[in-house]
Ligand binder design. Structure first.
Ligand SMILES: Cc1cc2nc3c(=O)[nH]c(=O)nc-3n(C[C@H](O)[C@H](O)[C@H](O)COP(=O)(O)O)c2cc1C
Length: 377
């Protein structure tokens, strides 16, 4: 599995794993893949702890860090607003709607000691620059940006530190913008992906992006969980794959056990693109939580970053009570995941997932070689 990406990133296999969980990141990098730590919700202090731990675990194996750098969000014109200002923008009717959901589903309040008052997403320069400062103090090989083209100062800083820059794109136009901005790698992420996602499917998007940004290497993302998917992505012209959902049910993943069980039981029809967690369309498991936000008599989600501020504590309450008998929290509980959740039916260690992908990839290209009349062995 040798492509331009192996040399660029120093990994054995061009299999990239996005995860918020440092154990998954380290396990994938140790297995020869390339782990990328999602850091948008980290504080600088947490990120320092996690990256120090990863450094100890991976030795000289490479890894990266991912941040959300959106162009459009509430307060973008002012360079981001502080939490107090953002809180003032939360409409009382929205807060009442959230309170009503929690009441109807009997979700108990949090003990005072656990209240975080909303989920912090570090999407403004004031939020993500301290995270970049931490990341660049560690031997990262890649910095990835989602939701917008990588800013010029990030590209300059990465070049100076010999760190590659990847950017996620959901349309060919976005991919071209990322390449023009100077991204070293473009991730073409189809609509079936977990997390923030557009409307074009991986099968259509990847070859279009490959042609549009050549010679910049493209990683295929969205719906990739097996070696057959990897072979298909490479047949479409991708230089490797960028994966997310498949790691959520691994042994190392910190996914809530209730949600993990739901993922293992889910079919590929059980996800929905919903703005109910971050304010931007993101694919997640469909549950009564996502249905509530689709109600025609409801207020609908707020834009980023107001929605995460609005619902952060509610989601914390739901997750905390999802295991308690008598609470409706179990049914509401959801998390980001892609359509490929339907084929994820077993818990495996993360290194096993990498090695299974490689084995299945060899089998898949063997089948294709047989079809061409030139058997591999
Ligand atoms: C739980 C979860 C959270 C995600 N959060 C982010 C994020 O913070 N930043 C990002 O660039 N991509 C994020 N993504 C998208 C992944 O980077 C990746 O593109 C996607 O998972 C690939 O599709 P797949 O889920 O079908 O493998 C997330 C995906 C999942 C499943």
């Amino acid at each position: 599995m040798k492509t331009a990406v192996n040399d660029m990133l120093g990994c054995e296999f061009p299999i990239l794993a996005f995860s918020h969980c440092r154990d998954v990141v380290a396990a994938v990098s140790r297995a020869g893949g390339f782990g990328v730590l999602g850091a948008v919700a980290h504080t600088p202090e947490q990120l320092e702890v996690d990256l120090t731990w990863i450094d100890e675990q991976v030795g000289d194996r490479p890894y990266g860090v991912d941040l959300l750098l959106p162009q459009k969000y509430v307060g973008a014109d002012e360079g981001g607003l502080d939490r107090v200002r953002l809180r003032e923008l939360l409409p009382p009717a929205h807060q009442a709607f959230v309170d009503d959901i929690l009441r109807r589903y009997d979700v108990p309040p949090l003990p005072d000691s656990e209240r975080r008052r909303g989920m912090g997403l570090n999407v403004s320069p004031a939020g993500y620059e301290p995270l970049l400062d931490v990341a660049f103090r560690h031997p990262i090989r890649l910095i990835a940006s989602a939701l917008g083209p990588p800013p010029t100062d990030l590209i300059d800083r990465a070049r100076g530190a010999d760190v590659k820059v990847a950017a996620l794109a959901g349309t060919t136009a976005h991919a071209v913008r990322h390449a023009e901005a100077g991204a070293d790698i473009v991730v073409a992420q189809g609509s079936e992906a977990g997390g923030h996602t557009g409307e074009v499917g991986t099968m259509v998007l990847v070859p279009e992006v490959v042609d549009a940004v050549a010679p910049v290497p493209v990683l295929a993302a969205g719906g990739i969980a097996t070696g057959r998917h990897v072979a298909a992505a490479m047949a479409l012209g991708a230089a490797g794959v960028w994966t997310g959902s498949v790691w959520l049910t691994t042994v190392e993943a910190e996914t809530d056990p209730v949600v993990k069980e739901k993922f293992l039981a889910a079919s590929s029809s059980d996800t929905v693109r919903s703005r109910s967690i971050t304010g931007k369309p993101a694919r997640m498991l469909r549950t009564p939580w996502t249905d509530e936000w689709e109600r025609s008599d409801g207020p609908g989600p707020l834009p980023m970053p107001l929605q995460p501020l609005l619902v952060g504590e509610a989601l914390q309450r739901i997750n905390r009570s999802a295991h308690s008998p008598g609470s409706g929290a179990e049914s509401l509980a959801t998390y980001f995941v892609g359509q490929v959740v339907g084929s994820i039916n077993a818990v495996r260690p993360a290194d096993r997932v990498v090695l299974d992908m490689v084995d299945e990839w060899i089998d898949a290209i063997g089948v294709l070689a047989d079809l061409a009349g030139t058997p591999l062995r």
